[in-house]
Write a protein that binds this ligand. Structure first.
Ligand code: OGA
Ligand code: MN
Length: 277
C-alpha cells in the first residue's frame, strides 16, 4: 500500500490495496486512518468496495450513523437528488455550498468525524466534489488576523444554510427554519491534538457581538480565502471510486449537477466525539 499526496494542502491517494484486504488488516486500516487525519481527504480509485465492506471498514474507525435510510444495508445512506431513491433529496441541494457535515446550526455538539462516499453512478455533467482544509485556512492568516478571529463566536443556523440552497423560499419555509434551535460555535476550533482550524460554511450566519453585516463580510472573506482554487482538491468521480474525508478539518461541496441526474453516492458517516471548542 502506498499513499501519494494529491496537492500541497489537501488530499492523498491510496494505491496498491484492495478493499477486501484493507477490511481485514488492522495495521493497514490504522495507517489509512492516520492518512485521513494528516491529509484531510483520502481517495481510493477503482476500489469497488461493497456496501457491506464499506460499513465494516468505517466501523474500524469509529461509531457509525445507523439511522434507518432507504438502503438495505444498515449504515449506508443514498446521496442522490432522485426522490425515488431518497425522499429527503431536496435537502441535499445544501451540498452545493461549502459546509462541514454535522455543523448545521441545529444545536449540534460534535460534528461528524468523517464521511465516506462511494460512487455507484456519476453525473453526465458536473458533480465533482471539492475539498478545502480548514487547518490551512487558519494557518494562512496573518498573526494580526489570528488575534482578531480568536475568541470570536459564530451563530450557525438552519436558516443560513437553507436560504443559500433555496433563495426563493416561501415565508412559511423561512418561518419553519427560524423555529429550529440554532447553534453557537467558536470561529477558531482548538482540537484535542492542539491543531487549530476555522469553523466556516453555509450554516455560519453571523458573529456574536459584531454588526451583522460586518460579521457576515468577515465570514465570507475567510471562506473565500480558504477555498481559492489553489487550496482545493477537486475529485472527478468514476464509478467504483471511494473518498473519505476528515470532517473536523475539511470543508466540502458538490459541484452542480442536474436534479434529474442519476448520480448516486453511497455514504457512511463516522460519528464524532469531539466538540467544537
Ligand atoms: C455529503 C456531501 C457531496 C457530494 O454527502 O455530505 O456533501 O459531492 N456530498 O455528493
Ligand atoms: Mn456534506
Amino acid at each position: 500500500m502506498t499513499i501519494n499526496r494529491l496537492s500541497n494542502t489537501i488530499g492523498a491517494e491510496v494505491v496498491g490495496v484492495d478493499a477486501d484486504v484493507l477490511v481485514k488488516d488492522d495495521d493497514l486500516a490504522a495507517e489509512v486512518l492516520r492518512a485521513i487525519g494528516m491529509h484531510g481527504v483520502v481517495v481510493f480509485r477503482d476500489f469497488d468496495i461493497t456496501p457491506e465492506m464499506q460499513v465494516e471498514l468505517c466501523s474500524k474507525w469509529g461509531d457509525i450513523d445507523r439511522t434507518p435510510g432507504h438502503h438495505p444495508v444498515s449504515g449506508i445512506y443514498r446521496v442522490t437528488l432522485d426522490v425515488t431513491k431518497n425522499v429527503a433529496a431536496d435537502y441535499l441541494h445544501g451540498t452545493f455550498h461549502w459546509h462541514i457535515d454535522g455543523c448545521n446550526g441545529q444545536g449540534e455538539e460534535c460534528p461528524q468525524m468523517a464521511t465516506m462516499l462511494t460512487a455507484v453512478a456519476v453525473a453526465a455533467e458536473g458533480g465533482d466534489t471539492e475539498f478545502a482544509s480548514t487547518y490551512t485556512a487558519f494557518e494562512d492568516l496573518s498573526e494580526e488576523e489570528r488575534m482578531l478571529v480568536t475568541g470570536l463566536r459564530v451563530v450557525h443556523s438552519l436558516e443560513a444554510s437553507q436560504r443559500k440552497a433555496h433563495p426563493d423560499a416561501s415565508t412559511e419555509d423561512v418561518a419553519r427554519w427560524r423555529a429550529r434551535p440554532s447553534s453557537e460555535h467558536p470561529l477558531v476550533w482548538t482540537h484535542r491534538d492542539g491543531r487549530r482550524s476555522l469553523v466556516l460554511g453555509a450554516s455560519a450566519d453571523h458573529v456574536v457581538g459584531m454588526d451583522v453585516e460586518e460579521g457576515r463580510n468577515l465570514l465570507a472573506d475567510l471562506l473565500d480565502r480558504a477555498t481559492t482554487p489553489d487550496r482545493v482538491y477537486r475529485h472527478q468521480w468514476s464509478v467504483g471510486d471511494t473518498v473519505i474525508w476528515d470532517n473536523r478539518g475539511v470543508l466540502h461541496r458538490a459541484g452542480h449537477y442536474e436534479s434529474t441526474s442519476s448520480r448516486e453516492m453511497l455514504r457512511t458517516t463516522i460519528l464524532g466525539d469531539e466538540p467544537i471548542q
